[in-house]
Design a protein around this ligand. Structure first.
Ligand SMILES: [Zn+2]
Ligand SMILES: [Zn+2]
Length: 166
């Protein structure tokens, strides 16, 4: 983006950022759309402040039950960019001759805003640890059966039998 054209003036912008697909591979997440970024920036004294709302559509895999689902994802970006020659920090976002490239700031903020666990729904029940059924959709009796087995094991007569059997 040509960011230095009007120093001292707040300017609105709206862009679609096409981020690298492999950005989210480790999280089993796919970007289904470019990230739409809409906001404003302000350049003055060799610094630029950018503030924007971003949104995109993601294909995610539930960390609990493994179901693949789509969701809209929105996040905010508030970042400062500094002139290339003024930067002393490798983590700075830079302003170059041509202006700024916001892709890196967008992908950093996207990753930052994704929660460490992505769930298909807030109350995802997950998979049955015994039979593997998705408990959001199917009921199974494994848990009540397990309870029964445990109850039997706690039965003192069961233990007496074991002792006698030795
Ligand atoms: Zn789930
Ligand atoms: Zn089960």
């Amino acid at each position: 983006m040509r960011a230095k054209a009007k120093p001292g003036e707040k300017q609105s912008f709206e862009v679609d950022c096409r981020l690298e697909q492999d950005l989210l591979d480790t999280r089993n997440i796919k970007l289904l759309t470019p990230v739409r970024v809409k906001g404003s920036f302000f350049y003055q004294n060799e610094k630029l402040n950018l503030s924007a709302d971003a949104s995109c559509r993601l294909q995610c895999m539930c960390d609990n039950c493994g179901e693949v689902f789509e969701r809209e994802f929105k996040f905010k970006i508030d970042e400062e960019f500094v002139e290339n020659y003024n930067s002393h920090n490798v983590e700075d976002y830079l302003i170059n001759q041509a202006g700024i490239n916001i892709d890196e700031a967008v992908s950093d903020n996207l990753l930052l805003n994704l929660s460490s666990r992505v769930l298909c729904r807030e109350d995802c029940k997950g998979l049955c640890s015994v039979c593997g059924k998705n408990k959001n959709y199917q009921k199974c009796n494994c848990e009540s059966n397990l309870d029964e087995i445990e109850r039997k094991e706690e039965n003192p007569f069961g233990k007496i039998k074991e002792v006698r059997g030795e």
